[in-house]
Ligand binder design. Structure first.
Ligand code: FAD
Ligand code: SIN
Length: 532
């Protein structure tokens, strides 16, 4: 198959880029590939909303920039922060033009929510299901564009580069180029090659590397792992954001239900097992301190009490307002016998967002030619050591737009690469038992949760490293002998992601933002990104 523009991923980053390149180049074919159903994305689960300076009567670009820089703890790229904050407003207005509904006051002004680290109310939202509304809008918009095709249930295995043409490609090879991807078609079980002039990776996050995460099962870091295998540049992988308040449900592991930070923005209070409102012991910004601070405080309270959760107290909140803003959370709690306006909600931190990823420049270009990255899989420089709440959807739209402007200038000068070989399955057999994959996955999630969680130390990192070596060795052997399956490839990708997180964590001899190592509790005077 050949397509001019190839987009991997159907979340906000992939769909925004696809709509724009397709509209600008009606004579070119745009193909979106996604590994499960088209709407199964992190985007769909976004709750709190999208940050933007929409009301300049009391907010300003400077305030949003400053809040982003403070959260990022010294590691944000200031130019990128300015770009995202300033260009973000135009991107939000485009989304509204495409049909997204954000909640409004009776006078027609947007209802703007507040979340941790924000000095002003600036979060546009659609109740507590903002992501669902955005995904709906974008999937409807692509249906209106005739030169876009969306192919679901196709698992992208690897990027095609000079390596597949028989050349030795290393980290120091200049001008590594991307010619397309190999894809496992899950409907036919065949591996196909898709040649493209330009490829956009919009493969999202990697929360599934941990035992408890707010991310859906698709979030296995495939794009980052593919770029690493292709010898592209990866940055700042140690900065994994744990959301402070995932709903605690005994026995539930994997994807946890989120209780949006906007609930704390509207007045909810965190309490420990004794009923004490403990945030005053940790930070003067209390419940609305940045996420790293709140998650560490909860972690500490859980350790003191020896429990697996703390409580979110919404009982002083106005019932009608709560039902209007958070109907989905209300329903979920009620389904578990919790009335959020009468009972405390049990909550615990869960892996939520990867601040690092595929290093891109200010046009979304990666270190590999003809390959862009946008959204959660990318590391643009916006988030630094910790992402400010609700800046992720904004970043994805701004960088997908920037990549689009760059891509449409290039496309006419590009040709399809010829001579690309078919996928080589020689020497592989059908998997004999899935337990080899599922057990390794359990071990991986456990070791990452226990050794690479909110608080780290050198001994834990060393142990994680040794166990990962073994998992890596066993999985590579299995991969060489077995016909590929999404389960095997995701395990392999997640081991790569875990390795990148551990290695980056080892390189950072300090505590900063989301990376807290008790052997180096202070910030270092030297600012550095961790590049792998
Ligand atoms: P995604 O939306 O995750 O899309 C990734 C796509 O890539 C999917 O279609 C997937 O199938 C596809 N894919 C991945 N690997 C492959 C492969 N190998 N082959 C083919 N396809 C592949 N951010 C905010 O700014 N505000 C919020 O309020 C907010 N709330 C959140 C709440 C929750 C519960 C979660 C989980 C995240 C939240 N975030 C929020 C973060 C934000 O939703 C994500 O960072 C953002 O949606 C990522 O968008 P994306 O397009 O990069 O990736
Ligand atoms: C939330 O709604 O609390 C999540 C917001 C985000 O991750 O930006």
């Amino acid at each position: 198959m050949e397509t001019d523009f190839l987009v991997i991923g159907s979340g906000i980053a992939g769909l925004t880029y696809a709509i724009k390149v397709a509209n600008a180049c009606p004579d070119k074919q745009v193909t979106i590939i996604t590994k499960t159903q088209s709407d199964e994305t992190n985007t769909k689960y976004a709750q709190g909303g999208i940050a933007g300076v929409m009301d300049t009567s009391h907010d300003s670009f400077q305030k949003h920039i400053s809040d982003t820089l403070i959260a990022g703890d010294g590691l944000c790229d200031e130019k990128v922060v300015e770009i995202v904050v300033k260009e973000g407003v135009q991107r939000i207005n485009e989304l509204i033009d495409w049909g997204a509904n954000f909640d409004k006051e009776a006078d027609g002004d947007f209802k703007l929510g507040k979340e941790g680290g924000h000095s002003e109310n600036r979060i546009l939202h659609h109740k507590d299901i903002t992501g669902r509304e955005m995904e709906r809008t974008l999937l409807a918009a692509i249906k209106e564009v005739p030169n876009i095709q969306l192919i679901s249930h196709c698992f992208v295995l690897d990027l095609i580069t000079q390596h597949h043409l028989g050349y030795l490609v290393t980290k120091s090879t200049p001008d590594i180029e991307c010619y397309g991807v190999y894809v496992l078609n899950l409907k036919t079980s065949r591996i196909e090659k898709v040649c493209a002039k330009l490829v956009m990776l919009a493969t999202g996050g990697n929360g599934q590397v941990y035992r408890s995460t707010t991310n859906p099962v698709i979030a296995t870091g495939d794009g980052v792992a593919m770029v690493y295998r292709a010898k592209g540049r990866i940055e700042n992988m140690e900065f994994i954001q744990f959301h402070p308040t995932a709903l605690y449900e005994p026995g539930i592991r994997g994807q946890c239900f989120l209780i949006t930070e906007a609930v704390r923005g509207d007045g909810a209070i965190l309490r420990n097992q004794d009923g004490e409102a403990f945030m005053r012991k940790y930070d003067e910004r209390l419940e609305l301190a940045p996420r790293d601070v709140v998650a560490r405080a909860i972690d500490n309270e859980m350790k003191i009490a020896g429990t697996e959760y703390v409580f979110l107290d919404c009982t002083a909140m106005d019932r009608d307002k709560f039902l209007e803003h958070f109907p989905n959370i209300f329903e979920k709690c009620k389904s578990l016998g919790i009335d959020p306006l009468k009972d405390f909600i049990p909550v615990a931190p869960a892996a939520h967002y990867s601040c690092g990823g595929i290093k891109t420049d200010e046009w979304g270009r990666t270190s590999i030619k003809n390959l862009y990255a946008s959204g959660e899989c990318a590391c643009t420089g916006l988030h630094g050591a910790n992402r400010l709440a609700s800046n992720s959807l904004l970043e994805a739209m701004v960088f997908s737009h920037r990549a689009f402007t760059n891509a449409v200038q290039k496309i006419n000068a590009l040709q399809f690469k010829t001579g690309i070989p078919n996928w080589n399955e020689e020497g592989t057999n059908k998997p004999s038992e899935m337990i080899l994959i599922t057990q390794s996955l359990k071990e991986l999630k456990l070791l990452m949760s226990d050794y690479l969680g909110i608080v780290r130390n050198n001994q834990r990192l060393q142990r994680a490293n040794r166990r990962l070596d073994l998992l890596h060795e066993e999985t590579e052997t299995l991969y060489e002998r077995t016909q590929v399956s999404p389960q095997l490839c995701e395990l392999r990708n997640m081991i790569t992601i875990a390795y990148l997180i551990v290695k980056s964590a080892e390189l950072r001899k300090e505590s900063r933002g989301l990376h807290y190592n008790t052997d180096y509790p202070q910030r270092s005077a030297i600012l550095q990104n961790t590049i792998l």
